[in-house]
Design a protein. Sequence first.
Length: 629
Amino acid sequence: MLELIRRNVRHPYIQALLGLVILVFIFFFGWSMQSEKPSTVAKVNGEAIEYRAYQRTYNGLVKVYQDALKEAFTPERARQLDLGRRALDQLVDQTLLLQEAGYRGIKMTDTELQAAIQGAEAFQRNGAFDKRLYLQLLDANRLTPLEYEGMKRQELLLGKVDQAIRGEAAVSDAEVEQEYRDRNTKIELAFVALRPAAFEPQVEVADAELADYFSAEAESFRTPETRAARYLLVAPEPYLAAVEVPEQAIEEEFRWRASEFAVSEAVHARHILFQVAAGSTPEQEEKVRLQAESVRNRLLGGADFAALARELSNDPGSKDSGGDLGFFERGRMVPEFEQAAFALEPDAVSEPVKTSFGYHLIRVEERREAQPAELEAVRAQLDAEIRRRKALEEAYAAADNILMDLEDHTTTWEELATRENYRTTGPLRAGEPVEGVEQAAEFVTVLFGLGPDRAGELLETSAGTYLLAVAEYHPAAIPALDQVRDAVVTAYRKAEAMRLAAERAKALIAAAGAEGWDAATANLTVETTEGFAKKGGAVPKIGWAPELKEAAFALTEVGQVAPEAQVVNGVPYVLCLHARTETDLSGLEGKRESLRNELLPGKQNEHYQDFLKELRQRADLVINEGMLL
């Protein structure tokens, strides 16, 4: 019986049987077993953070990093990023902010919640809220309306308390004045760059010193873990012919996806954009509008729209194609543009339409009316998709059966090597892509998650199911010095050259203090920067160096030498103030408010972070460390 269940685990009858067994097991034993493992991962001022919420947040973080890093995201990288702790920190912060909302009397009304949900573009069809689409999307994401609306209410409430906290921040007149000084006070530096490469010829490599260096830096020469995989791809194609697709299955699929196949109302339009520059005065904006009006009169007189778009439009995306935007549905363009375009009849040219980009002249080429989906039009497509989906399930079952044979020792990988679909990879590092496989990043993740002695593991992909196992395993290791001697010598030379450069910089600073800058640098190459401000841009001749700028602007008298060398991109720089031009504050008044507005978002963020830090320090926080992922 056990063998029957294992080999047919995907059969509907077996799934139903397993479902009943699991249900009975949970009913009789679940509560006692659950009580052994706490469901609360932390408490914030006595309020529990449930493990389910913690796991959901952790999974969300993993998805974000998987999408961003692709193949570079590995289990090891996840551990390095400490995503388990980050997920908990997020939930602790959310809990503290929601508690703060309660203290402040900040609430989210049902009317506000309803408006936010109905206004979400994801739940709209033809510009209006569609309840059926809303429920379908929630169901597809395994959420009930009650669960989603609770999450949305919390999200909106967090937004309100966030806004309230940030609203407490203000930029003082002193901060505005300091910002103005930092942007306009300029200095010039004289400097000596002590490049380590110039000191490398002085470095002697003795065996004893090299051995000591390797002993201290051995970890940096560690070779990473590598694995090679052997695998089979069980593809769905051999199973396609035997798959039966009942009419009922096609009809159910169509009902579920009807909105996907419906044809939405759309227009095919061209436009000419007359851009309004940021910060334009009302007079300048009116001049742009009159230009648009003048061009419209030329179009009404018979001028070619496409030709004028190529000549005059400020939209680089459509200019070369004569302003052609192709067909677009509602919700694709900014509201003002969309409203005007959908109100036009074919061949008509709009009045100048103002949007955040400027003024547009719009011409509709043709309209496409909305049409409901028709089953017959997509029957063949649905049949093929369902057939392939079922064939993929058969392929998974076949791969699973092979894996069970490997686990039961009724077959071996050596016997499987005779199959046409058997492949091996070369040695791979974690996160290294594999050519020729679907979902290469997941393939490598599964490979590096396998115990070297495991029979194998399955990976479902759109191309079929991979059965893979570790063919070769080489753990990370620190090699012997003789194996990496050349690399160690190179690294030692660079480290010693940097030490010599730093010592020379220190000696130069001491000499400049005793003899003066000119005498101390008489036999050295001295360079001088152009004038630069503390805020904005790189240091001329040196590069992007925020810490160097801080040290440089701390110098107040011409000829003063910075007390320490500043290292930029591995090069120590010895600095001397060559010239300083203080800013004229007479120009501040005309820019005071614009500077204040520029500084406000940063000040708000700083205040928000400080406030949150204070909440954390005051909080009674109890963490169940053993439950962190």
